[in-house]
Design a protein around this ligand. Structure first.
Ligand code: NAP
Length: 495
């Protein structure tokens, strides 16, 4: 049964890209499904001088491919109010407060407030302090704060930001977005593990050889050069998305599927990730930058020639590394991670490579390795699973061949399943923090990443390059080869 939520959203950055592309369409989907009905209102705020009418036209544009009738669009948009506001100006919060109280009254919202900070994290501290000082935080309903990434650029800055937020909001009121946690197949990791005895009973170092996680993008930095050049792949992708996936794969089964229990297990897993010393960083991590290359016969620029990127930039656009987790379950099982821009193919997948059978009875040389069983979780753009098995080749004799058991979500299922932001907004409305990152997760992730970053910043010689349109530098292959493994997903070599 769908339950309507009474809530007042205040979206800071209401004129921005994220609000328009993700938040407004997601709110509309929740409205269409009945989770938002009469008792909700949205205040959009930013510096631009927009009127309510203009704002509502923008809202209608952002949902134009979702709505069934002009009437529904107009009715939905009528819940939206615009308030021009500079977040640095204390007086502006007085107007916001007045509007919030009026809307609370007219929509009978009962004081439930959700503040969405869809703008640069530099403003987060100021906004939350002002929300408190100017009395925008409600005293009779719930108060929840959703914030966007990046959460700091290292442990220290994240810690300062967290202290600022915690002066006003408790940890259980802060919803830190990592939109990967809203993805269907990331949410499916726990189901696959904990709902299948065949898998969970083998989910340890007795049966698993190594786990590989790849987040590859085929695009370059495009128009994000200015931001990206200061961030790099390690901060942009490893600290958040990749370590979140690692924690979901590595955590112990929670006592219950509650946000507290699940996040406790993720925190324990992240705390068990081994922190490397500088020498180990060199051995276990590779960084590289994309060079010129080709894709479908078109010539691609090198990173240093991209818009808003320094000509002598040393920023990494590719990272590969080995993550070790010091627990009984995972001792000796490397988690290889890899992410990059301008790679051969866009895709996110997890490959769980199982240990081989003790003897190869199908070869004259019993020591000859059979291809391993590999469980692949396809996260995006393909969603689904495959399990690589060895079977008998049809015909005379006992020759083996590999065979993939595959379940891929149909285009229809993918198209009809809720988008990550819709699911995350829904969870937040219900006070469910499972798919948001707890501060302790953020802290452990930054501590791991800071060691690598510091070593790279001091030692600038090991940045290598890779041709645009490839799966990264040869050093990334060497990283696995020295342990006797190779990347399972290699679009450059068709299986
Ligand atoms: P954006 O398009 O640049 O929007 C920034 C917003 O902040 C605008 O609405 C801008 O409006 C407002 N703003 C800037 N300075 C202000 C001030 N002093 N007072 C009041 N409003 C101010 O950025 P975005 O892409 O939406 O990203 C927002 C946040 O989401 C960032 O933290 C980003 O990292 C994160 N994020 C975005 C995406 C995405 O797909 N876009 C994805 C993941 C994470 P005015 O100019 O009218 O003031």
């Amino acid at each position: 049964m769908t339950t309507e939520q009474n809530v007042l959203f205040t979206i800071f950055g209401g004129t921005g890209d994220l609000a328009k592309r993700k938040l407004y369409p997601s709110l509309y989907r929740l409205y269409k499904k009945g989770f938002l009905k009469e008792h909700f209102a949205v205040i959009g705020t930013a510096r631009r001088e927009w009127t309510n009418d203009y704002y509502r036209e923008i809202i209608k544009e952002t949902i134009s491919d979702l709505v069934i009738s002009e009437e529904t669009a107009t009715e939905f948009a009528s819940h939206f109010y615009y308030q021009s506001h500079n977040v640095n100006d204390a007086e502006h919060y007085v107007n916001l407060k007045k509007l919030a109280e009026e809307l609370d009254d007219s929509y009978q919202i009962n004081g439930n407030r959700l503040f969405y900070l869809a703008m640069s994290p530099n403003f987060f501290g100021t906004i939350t302090q002002q929300l408190n000082q100017q009395g925008l935080v409600s005293t009779n309903g719930f108060n929840r704060l959703i914030i966007e990434k990046p959460f700091g650029h290292d442990y220290e800055s994240a810690s300062i930001l967290n202290e600022q937020l915690r002066e006003v909001f408790d940890e259980n009121q802060i919803f830190r977005i990592d939109h990967y946690l809203g993805k269907e197949m990331v949410q499916n990791i726990s189901t696959v593990r904990f709902a299948n005895n065949m898998i969970e009973s083998m989910w340890n170092n007795r049966y698993i050889d190594n786990i590989q996680i790849t987040l590859s993008e085929s695009l370059g930095v495009e128009e994000r050069g200015g931001y990206y050049d200061k961030s790099g792949a390690l901060r942009d992708m490893v600290q958040n998305h990749i370590l979140q996936i690692v924690s979901l794969l590595a955590m112990e089964p929670p006592a219950k599927l509650t946000d507290i229990d699940i996040r406790n297990e993720k925190i324990k897993a992240l705390r068990a990730v081994r922190l490397f010393n500088p020498e180990e960083v060199k051995e276990n991590f590779v960084r590289a930058q994309y060079d010129v290359g080709t894709n479908n016969d078109s010539l691609l620029n090198k990173y240093q020639n991209e818009l808003n990127v320094a000509e002598d930039s040393q920023t990494e656009t590719f990272v590969a590394g080995k993550v070790l987790i010091d627990t009984f379950r995972w001792k000796g099982v490397p988690f290889y991670i890899r992410t990059g821009k301008r790679m051969a193919e866009k895709g996110t997948q997890i490959n769980v490579v199982f240990k081989n059978v003790p003897l190869n009875l199908f070869s004259e040389d019993v020591e000859e390795e059979l291809p391993p069983n590999v469980l692949t979780i396809f996260i995006q753009p393909t969603e689904g699973f495959s399990l690589q098995l060895n079977t008998k080749k049809a015909g005379i004799g006992l020759e083996t061949e590999t065979f993939d058991l595959k379940h891929i979500h149909s285009a229809e299922t993918v198209a009809n399943s809720p988008e990550a932001y819709e699911k995350l907004l829904f969870d937040c409305l219900n006070g469910d923090a499972t798919n948001f990152t707890h501060w302790d997760e953020v802290a452990s992730s930054w501590k791991f990443v800071d060691v690598i970053r510091n070593e790279w910043d001091q030692n600038k010689t090991d940045l290598t390059s890779y041709p645009s349109g490839s799966m990264g530098p040869t050093e990334s292959d060497d990283l696995l080869a020295k342990d006797g493994f190779s990347w399972y997903w290699n679009p450059e070599i068709p299986k």
